[in-house]
Design a protein around this ligand. Structure first.
Ligand SMILES: Nc1ncnc2c1ncn2[C@@H]1O[C@H](COP(=O)(O)OP(=O)(O)OP(=O)(O)O)[C@@H](O)[C@H]1O
Ligand SMILES: [Mg+2]
Length: 337
């Protein structure tokens, strides 16, 4: 079932002097249970998009439809007012890069806070809910601490517990791991994965860190020039990126360097190879092969994945390499990064 459908969304900010277009014709469908990554460079409009989903912004054009499991139908979130909007925000919760905790409140009171907004008394069930979330997130021994007494990872876990206290269907994570060191960031990913699996929460994961997205998301969309340039399953987009920006984002992070004007050849293995192809290539073509990047795994003696090699300098050597690969039925694609 699709839990969130974004259709033809346009958003711009208008100042007296100019109009800044931030999102153009965004179409995204998120299924219940997805961990959906939205990737893009700084300023592309990622945070604006989550703010639209959370109804903190209005749209210029388009629709955002949310499947409300309580009434078993889609609601157009732009039509929501006051009480309905408050109810919607309980179902679509959010965490941020800088945690946004209340410094003067304890861990327990921070997590309790969203429940106090509805002005009803905190019940025994509410208290149990808070405790169980603190248990899931391994924070029970920190229950009376204040944010200043917590590490970054612990603060983010408190923020996650607070976001979950109203049993949301969707958790929006805007750069939720960007302020953390890699080890702590991985730990937060583990918790998010666990919450997705055990509580069935759909996660929208906004990030510019490809390695984080790759670890957790099952689907991704890539924003470039304020539009979605690529969308689909993680495997499809990361293994076979089509747009230049996707290639640059995915490879340059993996390669961890800029190739500047160097030409690369991407070899794609989809189970059709069971020979040591690179060794054979070097022997047959009598040229050196510089490997930029390799991400392959062998299953039942067959290779899957990809290798990016630098193309030889001379055209005649390039022709030889390509001919060899064609003969061995290796799919290839020339790339300039
Ligand atoms: N309230 C606002 N008024 C005017 N312009 C804004 C406003 N909020 C954001 N913008 C502009 O919209 C563009 C997109 O901003 P946004 O914060 O959505 O980008 P982002 O992809 O989240 O970037 P980052 O990765 O740096 O967080 C930027 O050019 C920004 O300056
Ligand atoms: Mg942002």
């Amino acid at each position: 079932m699709d839990i969130l459908k974004i259709e033809g969304l346009y958003k711009s900010y208008k100042s007296k002097k100019e109009e800044i277009k931030v999102l153009e014709d965004i179409n995204i469908t998120i299924e219940d249970g997805d961990i959906y990554g939205i990737i893009g460079l700084s300023g592309e409009g990622k945070s604006t998009l989550v703010r639209c989903i959370n109804r903190l912004e209005t749209l210029d054009k388009g629709k955002i439809l949310f499947f409300d499991k309580e009434i078993n139908e889609y609601i157009d979130i732009m039509s929501l007012k006051n009480k309905e909007l408050n109810e919607y925000r309980k179902k679509v919760a959010m965490i941020f890069q800088h945690f946004n905790l209340f410094e003067q409140k304890s861990v327990y009171d921070n997590v309790k806070f969203p429940l106090t907004l509805s002005k009803r008394k905190i019940s025994k069930e509410d208290k149990e809910k808070i405790i169980s979330l603190l248990e899931i997130l391994h924070l029970k021994d920190k229950i009376n601490r204040y944010p200043s007494e917590l590490s970054g990872g612990e603060k983010q876990r408190v923020a996650i517990a607070r976001a979950l206290v109203n049993n949301p269907s969707i958790l929006l994570c805007d750069e939720a791991t960007s302020a953390l060191d890699p080890e702590t960031a991985n730990e937060i990913l583990e918790y998010l994965r666990k919450l997705n699996k055990e509580l069935g929460i759909t996660i929208v994961f906004i990030s510019h860190q490809m390695n984080m997205v790759e670890k957790i998301c099952n689907k991704v969309a890539i924003l470039s020039s304020h539009k979605i340039v690529e969308e689909g399953s993680l495997a499809k987009v990361f293994m076979l990126p089509k747009s230049d920006v996707a290639k640059r984002l995915i490879y340059s992070e993996k390669l961890n360097m800029k190739l500047d004007d160097k030409r690369g050849l991407r070899l794609i293995f989809d189970g059709n190879v069971n020979e040591p192809i690179i060794t054979m290539l070097i022997e047959t073509c009598k040229c050196l092969v510089n490997i930029y990047f390799a991400d392959t795994r062998v299953s039942e003696d067959k290779a899957y994945g990809q290798i990016i090699i630098q193309l030889p300098y001379y055209e005649k050597d390039i022709d030889k390499v390509k001919e060899f690969l064609r003969l061995h039925n290796i799919k290839m694609e020339e790339i300039n990064l």
